[in-house]
Design a protein around this ligand. Structure first.
Ligand SMILES: O=C([O-])CC(=O)C(=O)O
Ligand SMILES: [Mg+2]
Length: 389
């Protein structure tokens, strides 16, 4: 058994939306295909991966380092003889040969994207949905039947006023989401409060609304928002300050008794551990948003989950960033607390299988081998067009 080729392309996911820190007018992402010599249904098994929005395509790192390391390795060293399958852990170790610790930069995105494609291939070779494979291997066969999801959007958009925000939130509620998320921090606090009031009118309850500052605030601003937000009783207050400023996050906890969420821009188990150690996050209420597609993939994610457990954190407190099917599989298979969903933005990468129904903010997973990309037609045609044809 061997990997016969690894292909990558950078594709555009540009759109006119903005959060408090960046706009997405030039946003790209990498798509990857790991082609194997295994044949299922008369065709070679191909695993697919892509990186989540917010970090650009990683082609050069893949071409220069990670793909050559895998293609130059003895194929026998990348296989799990016991499982008769590719071994994602050995593949990960080979990719990370001669990489120093720390300073994770964006190599974690390049590795995470290839890792997604490897797991897709592994589950396809095993003939199971990935969440089922994960539950069978790591959770005594017990998977969650469905996963809690919330609708993320509420971006700033040129010409989009309060009515536009309300229409967007209404469309999420109409589609079966109870909890929705909107951006804050690009407008002044007083204006953001008007936007928040408007969104609450539509979602019906402040406890159904999350707000996300995308790491924009200094401590003074983060605390000013905390004081203004606390009386609402929102669902959560996300990424107030710089993702690596653990002291800011810890200080914020002194001023905000509601739920805080952060972690989407922490790209390794070690960074996640620093958040747990020094960030003042509270295991009885706060939410961790690590995203495997940005942080060295599922192999590293399992280390992060183990680290959380050692530190008294339940895996149910993790709701990954990224709105992709990979994290949905991890959520169902490894018992996370839920997953982000992008019903409209970042298409065709955001959202789940075509036939997925959202009921009471919960979704099931398709019964197809792998991550389920083939059950999401717009995404699958893009992957085929860019990587196979
Ligand atoms: O706007 C972004 O960069 C995405 C984001 O923070 C989220 O989905 O939570
Ligand atoms: Mg966020």
């Amino acid at each position: 058994m061997r990997i016969t080729a690894i292909r990558e392309k950078t594709v555009s996911i540009a759109s006119p939306i903005a959060n408090a820190f960046i706009d997405f007018s030039k946003m790209t992402c990498s798509v990857v295909a790991v082609v194997t010599d295994q044949v299922r249904d008369g065709r070679p098994v191909v695993g697919f991966g892509f990186n989540s929005n917010g970090r650009y395509g990683q082609g050069s790192l893949m071409r220069e380092r990670f793909i050559p390391r895998l293609m130059e390795a003895d194929p026998a060293t990348l296989v799990d003889e016991g499982e008769a399958n590719l071994d994602p852990f050995a593949i990960w170790k080979t990719m990370m040969t001669n990489e120093k610790p720390g300073g994770h930069g964006e190599r974690s995105v390049a590795v995470g994207t290839i890792d997604m494609a490897v797991w897709d291939a592994v589950a396809k070779i095993a003939g199971k949905p990935l969440y089922r494979l994960l539950a069978d291997r790591y959770r005594d066969g017990v998977a969650d039947d469905d996963v809690w999801v919330y609708a993320a959007g509420g971006y700033y958009h040129p010409g989009k006023e309060i009515e536009g925000l309300k229409d967007e939130m209404r469309s999420y509620v109409d589609r079966g989401y109870t909890v929705c998320k909107m951006k804050i921090g690009l407008a002044p606090l007083a204006d953001d409060l008007k936007r928040i009031d408007a969104a609450i009118e539509v979602v019906g309850d402040p406890a159904h609304l999350c707000v996300d500052a995308n790491g924009r605030f200094d401590l003074t601003t983060a605390v000013a928002y905390a004081k203004a937000l606390e009386p609402y009783g929102l669902y959560w207050y996300e990424e107030a300050g710089d993702p690596l400023d653990y002291a800011l996050q810890a200080e914020l906890a002194q001023h905000y008794s509601g739920r805080m969420a952060t972690g989407e821009n922490l790209f390794s188990m070690q960074d996640a551990r620093n958040l747990i150690r020094y960030g003042g996050m509270r295991p009885d209420r706060d939410i961790l948003q690590f995203d495997c597609a940005l942080s060295y993939g599922l192999v590293e994610y399992m280390r992060t989950l183990a680290m959380m457990q050692e530190n008294g954190w339940s895996s149910r407190r993790v709701v990954p960033h990224g709105g992709h099917q990979m994290s949905l599989n991890i959520a169902a298979g490894l018992h996370l607390g839920g997953n982000e969903s992008y019903p409209d933005v970042f298409q065709p990468f955001g959202g789940f299988a075509d036939a997925t129904e959202i009921r009471n903010s919960r979704v099931g997973l398709p019964n197809v081998p792998g991550v389920g990309f083939e059950a999401k037609s717009a995404l699958y045609s893009l992957l085929k067009r860019e990587l196979l044809d």
